[in-house]
Ligand binder design. Structure first.
Ligand SMILES: Cc1cc2nc3c(=O)[nH]c(=O)nc-3n(C[C@H](O)[C@H](O)[C@H](O)COP(=O)(O)OP(=O)(O)OC[C@H]3O[C@@H](n4cnc5c(N)ncnc54)[C@H](O)[C@@H]3O)c2cc1C
Length: 461
């Protein structure tokens, strides 16, 4: 296993990362990016055990119980540990689905998993291509590079070109798990490429987009300080990938297996976070309603009840996804697709309504609450505390001010905006979840129930 310090050293490897228009030679030294390095390094140190050969969470679950036990842990993990766990889980799930007809590919995938676990590296999920015109398939794009594809073949590997967008943590990991973003059609062999690319490979360039804290006082933006992360626009500018790092090459009929496996694990992760966040929203709504003196007012109470019901249904969906998990031939467990996708869809579609309730209950200070440093200022601090106080919950107005600042951070500033878009799009958009749910839901049984209810089954009168 790696320590946090060894992790820092490991990413000083000549990787080509860019931020705010400049190439960054060492992200551990760039002031805004280094705070993310600190979070990832702390994630390494949290689990470091000199006597353990492997990170306990990097091996996908071997039972329903193990999957369930990990849920509370995952709610507290740093993003890179989580992305790596999802990547390993994706790979073993894909291997299981490929085992019967393509044992060679399944073996190759598991060999990579084993070597990556042994090195304790972090992996990011590179699926979303630039995609060009969304109505056209990859091979019909005006620019053939809009989907990652093979542009040259050599005896010892292939050369790939394309771009993967929105890749969370791309600059902070070691390997990019580059997999086809969707189903490929016959003739799209060059687009049917799945490979594990080291971040410092010549030709890989990552342009970072982030939401670093805007103040140096964590009280203003507690979530930003705790979860600061950069997403990467990853360019594959004719990147050589050696044969041993190629998982799939040239079988269009198999391309979607990787995307479906990743979507499943990303969405389970999404539901895990959503359930946790939904409880957090209930708590904040309750606290600010109490502080405002409105906790017993009926319309406020009803909104908090609705928030609680939403949070409970997300937990129920998560629990159902885990309880109904399935096993690969190798004995790895993966969650049920219908429950996972239905819960993720429900969480994503209702997120805006739930945040509306919270903002409705809280009031305008969510946005206009002064900076915490102003509360410390001897000229105005006492006045701010006095007029922020309501006589409820705490005599000190700073208590209520911190609730407002936290709600702003979670819903309405850079981080809140990131979360709003992430809720809808990460793990694939709503359409993707509807398609999976459509494929898994038992429509025939529902049809039967409908006919029975209408008295239209054979034998009914
Ligand atoms: C914060 C954040 C983090 C992310 N992290 C990652 C990551 O780590 N790795 C990763 O690979 N991706 C990541 N994503 C990308 C995410 O999966 C995509 O944003 C999502 O799949 C939508 O793709 P898109 O952004 O290209 O939008 P589009 O594909 O343009 O979708 C926009 C809308 O058009 C619809 N649409 C698109 N094409 C069609 C079509 N052919 N027919 C009908 N409707 C269509 C979609 O359903 C959607 O409603 C992240 C996204 C965000 C916002």
């Amino acid at each position: 296993m790696m320590t946090g310090e060894e992790y820092r050293q490991s990413i000083r490897d000549g990787r080509a990362t860019y931020y705010k228009g400049k190439r960054i030679d060492d992200i551990t030294l760039e002031p805004e990016m280094s705070s993310v390095v600190d979070l990832v390094a702390a994630g390494y140190d949290r689990w470091y055990d000199p006597d353990a050969a492997r990170h306990p969470l990097m091996s996908p679950p071997r039972s329903v119980e193990e999957m369930r036990e990990r849920i509370p842990v995952f709610e507290t993990l740093d993003v890179m540990t989580d992305a790596s766990y999802q990547s390993f889980s994706t790979l073993v799930t894909a291997a299981g689905r490929l085992r019967a007809d393509n044992p060679d590919i399944a073996d190759r995938i598991l060999a990579y998993v084993d070597s990556a676990q042994a090195k304790d590296i972090r992996i990011t999920e590179c699926i979303t291509d630039s995609k060009g015109d969304r109505s056209l398939k990859p091979s019909a794009q005006v620019d053939p590079d809009q989907y990652l594809h093979v542009v040259d073949r050599q005896a010892d590997g292939v050369v790939v070109r394309g771009a993967k967008l929105h890749i969370t943590g791309a600059s902070f990991g070691h390997d990019l798990m580059a997999i086809p973003t969707k189903r490929m059609r016959p003739g799209e062999d060059e687009y049917s490429i799945a490979c594990m690319v080291p971040v410092n490979s010549p030709g890989v360039k990552i342009v970072n987009v982030g939401f670093p804290p805007k103040t140096d006082d964590p009280r203003d933006q507690p979530a930003t300080w705790a979860h600061n992360m950069f997403d990467g626009f990853v360019i594959f500018d004719d990147v050589f990938v050696p044969n041993e790092r190629i998982l799939l090459d040239g079988k269009p009929e198999l391309a979607a297996i990787f995307a479906h496996s990743l979507g499943l694990w990303e969405r389970l992760g999404g539901v895990t976070y959503m359930a946790d966040q939904a409880d957090e929203v209930v708590g904040l709504a309750l606290l600010i309603a109490e502080a405002n003196g409105l906790a017993k007012i009926s319309h406020v109470r009803e909104k908090i009840d609705e928030l609680a019901i939403h949070a409970t249904m997300l937990r129920a969906g998560l629990e159902a996804a885990v309880t109904n998990a399935h096993s690969t031939p190798e004995g790895y467990f993966y969650p049920d697709e219908l429950y996972t996708n239905a819960a993720k869809y429900q969480g994503a579609t209702m997120y805006g309504t739930m945040i509306r309730h919270l903002l409705d209950i809280a009031g305008g200070s969510v946005f206009t609450v002064p900076a915490m440093a102003d509360f410390d200022n001897p000229d105005v601090g006492d006045n701010l505390r006095k007029y922020m106080a309501t006589g409820n919950a705490s005599p000190d107005g700073l208590y209520r001010a911190r609730l407002f600042a936290t709600i702003r951070n979670l819903t309405s500033d850079d981080f809140g905006g990131w979360r709003l878009v992430a809720m809808l799009q990460s793990g694939g958009g709503l359409f993707a979840q509807r398609i999976v749910a459509r494929g898994k839901y038992d429509f025939e049984a529902a049809r039967h129930r409908g006919l029975k209810a209408a008295g239209l089954l054979e034998g009914d009168h």
